[in-house]
Design a protein around this ligand. Structure first.
Ligand code: PHE
Length: 338
């Protein structure tokens, strides 16, 4: 029986060495180690082996099984390695990868972030208020009487309950002064809504950045210095800034600020970027009337306020000639600002 087992081992190792496919290897495994395989059949002969030879034969049987199993395993590993090597050989690792589409911040977000950073360095803190506002916050408290054209049905979006979509972020001036006593130095970026026709410089939904500074002895010089510094930080020292006398109900005196828009191939044009002025005493009086503890006595405090359009800042910064590009969501346009 020992010789028979040795013969089986010899045959098995030779057969395994000669195999040239993974299926042929599996056939050999079944042929030798399977239930009806040669080694299993031989192993069944154990019961006829005389008792005193059993240990030696049993040990041989185990040795042969181990040898065949190891041969099968190493041949299998060899074949898998060869298959992998063949597959890798056909991959060109020097090929450039397919580019992944890359996103980025919208130019409006970038400009707004930059504006906020500049103003925060000057000590302005972020504030906000609701976009759906009462007419009182948006108009009355801002010294804008019932008959003012901005309050017309044709200029403002009204809800049935009398609330409105805020026409400017100046309502946040009121929200802030109701909640906090002076001194106040805040900026409030956010959406504003007007029933404007869409054209190259107007959208019915746009973004403003409001500013309010209230303290003792705030003057027009502070306002002018703050805004000029802001625009130079934003656009560089060569930007042209122009203050034009204007009228707003909630500031006196009031100004509009223009910046020169220079787009290659087009003639220069002044573009209105902000409204501003010295807070009208009537605003302080109206706010104080609503506060539990009056704090805005116009004889003691003064302030300046400004509101600028973020879309227009972006247009000047990136030389965009049409505001509509900013809402088209065309990646050919947007990908230029990554
Ligand atoms: N709210 C004004 C507008 O939307 C801008 C402004 C803000 C003017 C603050 C003066 C002071 O046109």
């Amino acid at each position: 029986m020992i010789e028979e087992l040795e013969q089986i081992q010899k045959d098995a190792l030779a057969a395994i060495a000669a195999v040239d496919s993974e299926t042929a290897l599996e056939d050999q495994r079944v042929g030798f180690l399977g239930k009806k395989g040669r080694l299993s059949v031989a192993g069944a002969g154990m019961r006829d082996v005389p008792k005193e030879q059993k240990p030696a034969v049993g040990q041989k049987l185990n040795e042969v099984r181990t040898a065949i199993t190891e041969a099968l395993e190493s041949k299998g590993a060899e074949m898998i390695a060869a298959r992998d090597a063949k597959q890798f050989a056909s991959i060109d690792v020097t090929l450039p990868p397919r580019p992944l589409p890359q996103g980025g911040l919208h130019p409006l977000t970038q400009v707004q972030d930059e504006a906020i950073q500049i103003l925060r360095r000057m000590g302005f803190a972020l504030a906000d208020g609701p976009e759906i506002e009462t007419a009182w916050h948006c108009f009355d408290a801002l010294n804008t009487p019932e008959e003012h054209p901005a309050r017309n049905e044709s200029d403002t979006f009204y809800f049935e309950n009398g609330k409105i979509l805020r026409t400017h972020t100046s309502s946040v001036q009121i929200q802030t002064m109701l909640k906090n006593p002076p001194p106040i130095r805040i900026i409030a970026p956010g959406s504003a809504y007007r029933r404007d026709e869409i054209d190259a410089t107007h959208l019915p939904v746009f973004t403003q950045l409001e500013g309010l500074y209230v303290d003792t002895h705030v003057t027009l010089a502070d306002l002018k210095g703050t805004l000029e510094y802001f625009f130079r930080e934003m656009f560089g020292n060569s930007i042209d800034v122009r203050f034009r006398p204007h009228f707003f109900p909630f500031t006196e005196p009031s100004f509009e600020v223009d910046l020169k828009l220079q787009v290659k191939g087009k003639s220069d044009k002044w573009i209105e970027i902000a409204g501003c002025g010295i807070v009208d005493p009537n605003v302080f009086i109206e706010v104080d009337g609503k506060r539990k503890q009056p704090a805005y006595n116009p004889d003691e405090v003064s302030g300046f306020a400004f509101g600028m359009g973020i879309e227009r800042l972006a247009m000047i910064k990136y030389e965009i000639s049409d505001i509509r590009h900013l809402i088209d969501n065309d990646t050919r346009f947007l990908s230029q600002f990554r």
